[in-house]
Design a protein around this ligand. Structure first.
Ligand SMILES: Nc1ncnc2c1ncn2[C@@H]1O[C@H](COP(=O)(O)OP(=O)(O)OP(=O)(O)O)[C@@H](O)[C@H]1O
Length: 304
C-alpha cells in the first residue's frame, strides 16, 4: 500500500508559488527524507498532508484517503511533530502525553513514552512551558508516537536537540520503522537524512528536483566523485579555472587553500592538468565519495 501519494500538487500564496506540481509516491514502510533550503516549501507540503493548507491544484492521499476531502480518516493514521509547535501553559509533560493518549483514544503508558524520548520522571512532573527547547521537542515527539501511528510526519525533528538528542531521535525513527511505521521527515541537516533514509526528495523553490536513494543520486551525478585539492596558493580565479573543466559539477573554496570539487571520474586528471597550466601548485590531493551535502549543493545550486 502507498503511504503518501501526491499528484501534481501546487500551492500558491498570492504571487508566491510554495509548491509547484509536486508528484511524489512514498510506499508503506519507507523512511523518506524531505530536503530543501529555507523557503523551499517543505512545511507547506507537510501542512497540505495535515489539511492545514489546501492545495491550489492537485491532491494528496494518505493510505488511500484524500487529505482534504477525507482529512479525519487520513489524520487518524498520522503521528505528527509539527514545526514551531508550542506547548500548553500550566500543563506538565506527563499531562501532555496523557492528553495525546486521550485524544487518540490510545492505551499507551505515559511513563513508557516519556522514558523513550528521554524525559525522566522528575521532568515529567514539571510544567512543559518551563522546558528547554530540546526538552519541548522531545515531548512533542512523544506525543507523535502515541497510538503507534502508521505514518510519522516529522517537520525538522532535530531542531533544538544537542548531538546526543539528535542521535536518539534517529534511533527512535529506526525503531518506529522496524515496528512498521512509514516515516516522512523534513530537514536541512543533511547528515541526519543521510544516516537514516531509504530515499530522499530534494525540493527547490517548490519543485521536487530529485527523488532517489542516496546511491541513485550519486550515480546520476556521474559517479559523484569528490576531490579535495590543497594548493600552494589559492589565488583569485583558481576556483573559476576548475569550474571551467568539463565534467566538473561544483567547486567550492575551503580554508587552508583547499578546494572541494565534485566531478565525473574522467575529469580528475583534467583538473590537475588545468591547475598546473594555470601555474597553481598542487600540494595535496585526495578523492572521497560525494556526500549528500555535495549532492544537495549540486541540485539546489547553492555554493556555485
Ligand atoms: N501562510 C503563508 N502565507 C504566505 N506565504 C507563505 C505561507 N506559508 C508559506 N509561505 C511561503 O511559501 C514558501 C515556502 O515556505 P515553507 O515554510 O513551506 O518553506 P520550508 O521549506 O519549510 O522552509 P524552512 O526550511 O525555512 O522552514 C515561502 O516563500 C514562504 O514565505
Amino acid at each position: 500500500m502507498t503511504a503518501i501519494e501526491a499528484t501534481e500538487v501546487s500551492k500558491r500564496y498570492g504571487t508566491v508559488v510554495a509548491l509547484d506540481r509536486v508528484d511524489l509516491t512514498v510506499p508503506e514502510g519507507e523512511i523518506f527524507g524531505f530536503l530543501g533550503p529555507n523557503g523551499a516549501g517543505k512545511s507547506t507540503f507537510i501542512n497540505v498532508l495535515l489539511d492545514f493548507a489546501t492545495p491550489s491544484d492537485g491532491s494528496v492521499e494518505i493510505f488511500g484517503h484524500d487529505c482534504h476531502a477525507e482529512g479525519v480518516a487520513a489524520r487518524e493514521r498520522i503521528g505528527v511533530l509539527p514545526e514551531g509547535y508550542s506547548v500548553f501553559e500550566r500543563r506538565t509533560g506527563r499531562q501532555h502525553i496523557e492528553y495525546a493518549i486521550e485524544s487518540k483514544d490510545a492505551d499507551d503508558d505515559p511513563a513508557e513514552i516519556l522514558d523513550r524520548v528521554g524525559l525522566d520522571p522528575t521532568d515529567a512532573e514539571r510544567e512543559a512551558s518551563d522546558y528547554s527547547k530540546g526538552m519541548a521537542q522531545r515531548l512533542v515527539l512523544g506525543m507523535a508516537l502515541v497510538g503507534e501511528p502508521d505514518l510519522l510526519l516529522l517537520d525538522e525533528p532535530t531542531t533544538g536537540l544537542d548531538p546526543n538528542g539528535a542521535a536518539e531521535m534517529r534511533d527512535i525513527i529506526r525503531e518506529e520503522n522496524e515496528r512498521g511505521a512509514t516515516v516522512f521527515f523534513s530537514s536541512h541537516i543533511l547528515e541526519q537524512v543521510e544516516a537514516v533514509c531509504d530515499r530522499v526528495g530534494i525540493l527547490q523553490d517548490g519543485e521536487l528536483v530529485a527523488v532517489d536513494t542516496i546511491e541513485g543520486l550519486r550515480e546520476s551525478l556521474g559517479g559523484g566523485t569528490k576531490l579535495v585539492i590543497t594548493v600552494d596558493d589559492l589565488r583569485n580565479g583558481t576556483v573559476e579555472t576548475v569550474r571551467g573543466v568539463q565534467g566538473v559539477e561544483t567547486a567550492v573554496e575551503r580554508e587552508d587553500s583547499t578546494l572541494e570539487v565534485t566531478c565525473t571520474n574522467d575529469a580528475k586528471m583534467d583538473i590537475l592538468v588545468e591547475l598546473h597550466d594555470a601555474g597553481v601548485d598542487v600540494v595535496n590531493f585526495r578523492t572521497e565519495e560525494a556526500s549528500l551535502e555535495d549532492m544537495f549543493i549540486e541540485y539546489t545550486g547553492s555554493g556555485r
